[in-house]
Design a protein around this ligand. Structure first.
Ligand code: IMP
Ligand code: MG
Length: 412
């Protein structure tokens, strides 16, 4: 990397989603050309209504074009000719789509929720487009073979950062509904514990609801699993256990490639990550301690302290780059991420976690799987890797997860 590129990368690239930025740019043109900032606002103003209708139509047409570019990209990727994809030229960082995306219909749905095309001063935003993409993904899953597995991140996705899934959480009834429909559910979290009571503590509201449900069959209850430490510890729901979960030995679920993750390599990678984290903590005088675990190492704040964004981002980039440049870092998958008030380096990542869930349930395909998470930036974020294994939805709060699950039900 040249130093210029490196600075640009560290400053910007990993904090932007290239596809969303590009779509935002496309919509900015009709926004500028059609918006009527000087028209006097009046409830019954016909002029404004016509302008909004025009803008709606322009946005919808652009979304249809984007939808077709994605279809074209899928076609070329399937035929092993990614170089011929126009979308790849326009958005070089674009990855693989496991399904088409119904961008036009999704725009119409979100415009009816958010009145994007009626705005005269605020152009279509990152969040508008993120939500349109989520809806487009939900529609695609429902309109094809249906969703067979939904995997959820924990913090920020199911409950607030660092909190627990308590009985009053509205996501519980939605997850029960998924199980009732025969859909499998995996909680794929970075939170890495090797024993069930810790997960029971974090997920009690959901686990008790599944336990107490008068309608779920034993088979439907078996549709719930927890994958902890990204891809390291698997638990299945267990009605007979006081913690509601039973540990599943690795021999029963590891993917073939994961069997090649040797203990020596794991120790070596964590040693390198740990010394990078310690060096960073000393250098930035972080109010934090280092925690070494079986399959992870992290820095977490001392009691009552908070690390600020810059400290967290610097630490995660230092740890990521140090491990990436090591020999073991090229042999073994790892994930360095910013957990909001801590930084962890885990062995494996959520692509392996989601794949292991798919395989545990008998081989569910990526195009039948939806991973819901909040961390989709390309560096320092741990849900990003799930994009290699499944369709994804990028939410920004537990309330958005609930909305998304309601959309999924409505679309079905
Ligand atoms: P997630 O959002 O569900 O993936 O959870 C991430 C959070 O889990 C981190 O920010 C940490 O606070 C916490 N955590 C606990 N143990 C671990 C671990 O072993 N690795 C990574 N994160 C952990
Ligand atoms: Mg999260």
């Amino acid at each position: 990397m040249t130093s210029r590129y490196r600075v640009e990368y560290a400053l910007k690239t990993h904090r932007r989603d290239q596809l969303i930025e590009w779509i935002k740019g496309l919509l900015a043109v009709p926004f500028v050309l059609h918006s009527q900032p000087t028209t006097i606002y009046h409830e019954h103003s016909e002029g404004l209504k016509t302008a909004a209708a025009d803008t709606h139509q322009r946005y919808a047409e652009i979304m249809r074009d984007v939808e077709n570019l994605i279809l074209d990209h899928i076609h070329h990727t399937r035929h092993n000719e990614p170089g011929k994809s126009k979308l790849k030229l326009l958005v070089p960082s674009i990855g693989t789509f496991f399904t088409r995306l119904y961008m036009e219909d999704a725009f119409k749905y979100q415009d009816a929720q958010r009145f994007i095309s009626r705005r005269r001063f605020v152009a279509p935003s990152f969040n508008d487009i993120r939500l349109i993409l989520n809806t487009a993904q939900v529609l695609a899953l429902v309109r094809s073979s249906g969703v067979k597995l939904v995997t959820f991140d924990g913090d920020v996705t199911l409950y607030e950062d660092g909190a627990c899934l308590t009985t009053d959480n509205p996501v519980i009834s939605r997850i029960l509904r998924l199980l009732q429909l025969g859909c499998k559910v995996g909680i794929v979290t970075a939170a890495g514990y090797s024993d069930a009571p810790k997960y029971y503590g974090r997920l009690q509201g959901l686990l008790d609801a599944v336990y107490d449900s008068p309608t779920l069959t034993p088979e439907q209850r078996q549709g719930l699993i927890v994958m902890g430490g990204e891809s390291n510890f698997l638990f299945r729901f267990d009605q007979a256990s006081k913690d509601r979960l039973a540990y599943v030995p690795r021999s029963e679920w590891l993917l073939d490639e994961m069997r090649a993750w040797h203990d020596d390599d794991i120790t070596e990678l964590l040693d390198i990550a740990e010394s990078a984290l310690r060096a960073c903590a000393a250098n930035l005088q972080l109010p934090a301690a280092v925690l070494r675990k079986d399959r992870a190492v992290g820095v977490y704040p001392l009691d009552g302290q908070k690390m600020h964004r810059e400290q967290l981002e610097e630490t995660v980039l230092v740890a990521h780059n140090t491990v990436e440049r090591s020999a073991v870092g090229s042999r073994l998958p790892f994930c360095a991420f910013n957990g909001g008030n801590d930084v962890f380096v885990d062995i494996g990542d959520k692509s392996w976690g989601v794949r292991a869930c798919q395989r545990y349930f008998g081989g569910i395909s990526p195009s039948e799987t939806l991973h819901v998470g909040d961390q989709f930036l390309s560096a320092g974020a741990n849900d990003f890797k799930a994009r290699l294994a499944s369709a994804t939805a990028w939410i920004a709060s537990p309330a958005e997860t609930v909305d998304l699950l309601d959309e999924l039900e409505m679309a079905a």
